[in-house]
Design a protein around this ligand. Sequence first.
Ligand code: ADP
Length: 215
Amino acid sequence: MVDVLIPFRIGLTGGIGSGKSTVARLLVERGAALIDTDAIARALALPGGAAIEAIRLEFGASVIDPEGGLDRARMRELVFADANAKSRLEAILHPMIGLECNRQALEAAGKTTVFDVPLLVESSHWRTRVDRVLVIDCSNETQVARVMSRSGWSREAVLAVIGQQASRERRRACADAVIHNDGLTLDELAQQVDMLLARWAPVEQSRRSSGARPT
Ligand code: ADP
């Protein structure tokens, strides 16, 4: 019989500016493998990306830019004009994202695997594919301040994105653990990550020894 080692899987999510990428980096520094679903989705629709031909067939050549990648501005117009366009695009991308996640998870070879999924809360699919959901949470004011300083966005632009994302309450309702990243220094944030990994260590161990989904 072949023993298949299924690693401990953490689904990581949080609103824009919550500190999700910072926590992802801290987890990688502590030995985890990171699977970034946003980066995978972007790569699929770049010139030469695996989704480009399917997108061209579904929506026509007008959504492909001169370099051969997805013309995101054109696609946004289509989605705005036709409510079905978003789900047609997702029907192409989601299975491919799933396959690439599986491929990268296999490559992670038994390490604790962190799936960075901005839309985890919006998708029932993800909740069943991870052992624990970690939500990074902070006040909207903190989100605004961080993204204005990190990315140079206007206050209105950040608030518009926050308005399109799941609410803090909805995100927290899906969480097995929440890190409140408000008023913490980076060192204190790192301590929170260490405490959480210590709390989950027995779960990780049981995952390793049984291969079953821990409760
Ligand atoms: P997200 O991935 O959730 O959009 P980031 O992890 O990129 O957010 O964090 C947004 C910005 O805030 C980054 O510049 C990051 O360095 C900073 N940041 C996040 N958490 C803290 C913290 N506890 N202390 C100081 N800066 C922080």
